[in-house]
Design a protein around this ligand. Structure first.
Ligand SMILES: Cc1cc2nc3c(=O)[nH]c(=O)nc-3n(C[C@H](O)[C@H](O)[C@H](O)COP(=O)(O)OP(=O)(O)OC[C@H]3O[C@@H](n4cnc5c(N)ncnc54)[C@H](O)[C@@H]3O)c2cc1C
Length: 639
């Protein structure tokens, strides 16, 4: 199945006029799948596309009638963007049931002595931890440094009143703890589910796209296998068949095999299993950039296999959803309300300056920058790995458990917003750009209710890899917004060849505004050999627990990983309070233990400044970017 969005009649169509009322139907209005026809669809070449086929005339008429510039990539016809119902199998998986059981366990622990728990960080992990602690009958207080909640999912308004997001965020069917959370908060209707499909830009054919389509009614793993087999554009049949033997052990041995591959990069793994190079250029580059914002030569194979394993084992695992608006309000706010309605507190503008310790190494208080000491029974940190290193108390600085964190660091990424003067031809879904500079992008004016605009497109794009640390050749962190936008627009000309570019009769669509959000330290860099250094939530300090997407849990550095890590941290605290056994400390790798005698006590360097990047977030740095980055981590400016 290969498709093209390039319908000349549609390019020439004037931007759609606003509809009298919202054209978005109710979520329950499921579209007839029509996959049978999609399977047999052959891509029109760019040239053929320019001949006015019956199909394109019909499409044009339909587009005008429906006043939309959105096309269904399965048949290239104009369609009203619509959401799909919650996939029927996402709550039927072992992982979902496991998540549900953990939620029940936390509720069942209620009744033990209620503890006060101070949590550093109001990102998803800290908020999830607090949510499950109130479920278990405790009194958490979340201390967030910034003026808004969410950390890497935070959003804020610019001077024009437009929302700026730290990142374009996609939810997968294979996010069991996140799905449980949405259900427990009773906000499942905020997820806008899209067609069960993956859409890839064709590298050699500007403006053309191809898809992996998941046929309804076909269970996992056959739906994934079939989606790849039916795609005629990305790999030849022999290449597809050559891939199977390498993936077979993953299916047979499961997580054990996956964990063992952590020492190998995607490249090394391909070499070892004789996988054809084109798997890398056609599929793995797109996956690596989307999963960890880095190139496959840098990425641990465990990451790719973990994702594939979930998607292969869960029928709706790869179905994607957008949240219906900015996450600070649409996801973090209901979490805050839930926590506060049950006796907890969520406070912003409360940066922690240091973790104070007693003589026995336990935590005595969290010291806020304003001098206030927060004293609690239990303490949790949910800050990113780069931040905990800066505030690690001297008393813990020689402990191998904490020193293993030195082996982890966040990867830089850039999130871009582009506002155009017109509605571009678009799909109601995420697209894998497969371009050298970009990872995924989406037209948010179509995909997300809060940003809906029938006249003008607003694209959100993830720019990766954006530095040599991530496998890129240029350090884009050290470039100006103008340079980044210029490079992005060149890529846009390739993705939208008949709508964007100076060669077009009217000069093409005009970029009216942009926002470049730099996130110098995003998710931990999942380079080979890192998994063994991810610490358990439980620590050797009796009243201190760790959370955060980078701590040890099976769902990578992701929103799902952040929620699960927060939930596991809540489990540690609640079990200890109830006198129940915990899972214990994760074994420390011998390579760290070997260096034990070399560790010398050191004072924490502290967190400098109060900008979002100081706390591991993202911001529009603007013209003063060099100074601002230099103030934080000069290394990020080094080419
Ligand atoms: C561009 C981009 C795109 C992404 N896309 C996806 C996606 O599509 N799907 C997906 O699953 N994941 C995605 N992610 C990853 C996801 O956002 C993260 O994995 C997740 O949000 C991390 O949550 P967290 O709570 O562990 O950490 P954070 O969100 O970093 O939260 C940590 C919090 O601690 C606070 N803090 C730090 N220091 C202090 C201090 N001294 N005192 C008090 N508070 C402090 C911070 O301000 C922050 O709020 C994306 C990330 C980025 C950057």
């Amino acid at each position: 199945m290969s498709v093209t969005f390039v319908q000349p009649a549609l390019y020439n169509a004037a931007p759609a006029a606003p509809a009298a009322s919202s054209t978005r139907p109710a979520q329950s209005q499921r579209e007839a799948p029509g996959w049978g026809t999609a399977v047999g669809f052959t891509t029109a070449s760019l040239a053929a596309c320019h001949s006015r086929s019956v199909r394109s005339k019909r499409s044009t008429r339909r587009a005008k009638e429906s006043r939309t510039r959105t096309v269904n990539p399965a048949n290239n016809e104009a369609e009203d963007p619509r959401d799909f119902p919650k996939p029927s199998c996402i709550d039927q998986t072992d992982n979902y049931r496991e998540g549900e059981a953990l939620s029940r366990k936390l509720l069942s622990l209620k009744g033990a002595e209620s503890k006060t728990v101070a949590i550093i960080g109001g990102g998803l992990s800290g908020l999830a931890c607090a949510k499950y602690l109130v479920d278990a009958g405790h009194k958490p207080i979340v201390l967030e440094a910034r003026d808004c909640l969410g950390g890497k999912v935070s959003a804020w308004k610019d001077k024009d009143g437009d929302w700026i997001e730290t990142g374009l965020h996609i939810f997968f069917g294979a996010y069991p703890n996140m799905m449980n959370l949405f259900s427990e908060l009773d906000i499942e209707d905020r997820l806008q589910w899209k067609r069960h499909q993956m859409i890839f830009a064709m590298q050699e054919l500007p403006g053309e796209f191809t898809t992996f389509d998941f046929l309804e009614g076909i269970p996992a793993p056959f739906n994934f296998g079939l989606s790849i087999l039916l795609n005629q554009k990305m790999l030849t049949l022999p290449e597809k068949l050559q891939t199977a033997p390498a993936l077979l052990p993953m299916l047979v041995e499961g997580q054990k095999f996956i964990d063992l591959q952590d020492e190998l990069s995607v490249f090394n793994f391909m070499e070892k299993y004789g996988m054809p190079d084109r798997i890398n250029t056609e599929v793995f580059i797109a996956m690596a950039k989307a999963l960890d914002f880095i190139d496959p030569e840098k990425l641990s194979m465990t990451v790719v296999l973990t994702a594939m394993n979930r998607f292969l084992n869960e029928t709706d695992g790869l179905q994607m959803a957008f949240i219906d608006g900015n996450q600070t309000q649409r996801l973090c706010e209901p979490l805050k309300q839930y926590i506060e309605a049950r006796g907890g507190k969520v406070l912003c503008d409360k940066p922690i300056a240091s973790i104070e310790t007693n003589a026995d190494g336990s935590v005595s208080s969290f010291l806020l920058r304003d001098g206030e000491h927060i004293v609690a029974d239990e303490y949790v940190s949910s800050v990113p790995c780069d931040i905990i290193k800066r505030i690690l108390p001297r008393a813990w600085s020689t402990d191998p458990f904490f020193r293993q964190i030195d082996e982890l660091e966040g990867i830089p990424v850039i999130n871009i917003h582009l506002w155009f003067d017109r509605k571009l031809l678009n799909v109601n879904h995420l697209c894998f750009s497969r371009s050298p500079l970009l990872s995924v992008y989406a037209d948010m004016s179509t995909c997300c209710k809060e940003y809906e605009d029938q006249d003008k497109s607003m694209l959100e794009l993830v720019f990766a890899p954006c530095s040599p640390i991530a496998g890129g050749s240029v350090n884009w962190m050290g470039k100006s917004d103008e340079e980044i936008i210029q490079a992005t627009m060149k890529e846009m000309e390739r993705l939208f060849p008949t709508e964007i570019g100076p060669q077009l009769p009217d000069g093409g669509a005009k970029l009216v505004k942009h926002a470049v959000v730099k996130v110098p330290r995003s998710v931990y860099a999942a380079i080979p050999g890192r998994n063994k250094f991810r610490p358990s939530q439980e620590t050797p300090i009796k009243n201190f627990t760790l959370a955060g997407d980078w701590t040890s849990q099976k769902f990578l550095g992701s929103m799902e990983g952040a929620v699960l890590a927060g939930k596991l941290a809540a489990e540690v605290v609640a079990c200890k309070a109830a006198g129940e056994p915990t899972k214990g400390l994760k074994k420390i790798d011998p390579s760290i233990l070997k260096k034990k005698d070399e560790f010398v006590p050191k004072d924490p360097m502290g967190v400098k400044g109060k900008t979002p990047i100081a706390f591991g977030g993202g911001e529009v740095l603007g013209s003063n970017f060099e100074q601002k980055l230099n103030d934080q981590e000069a290394v990020l400016l080094e080419a």
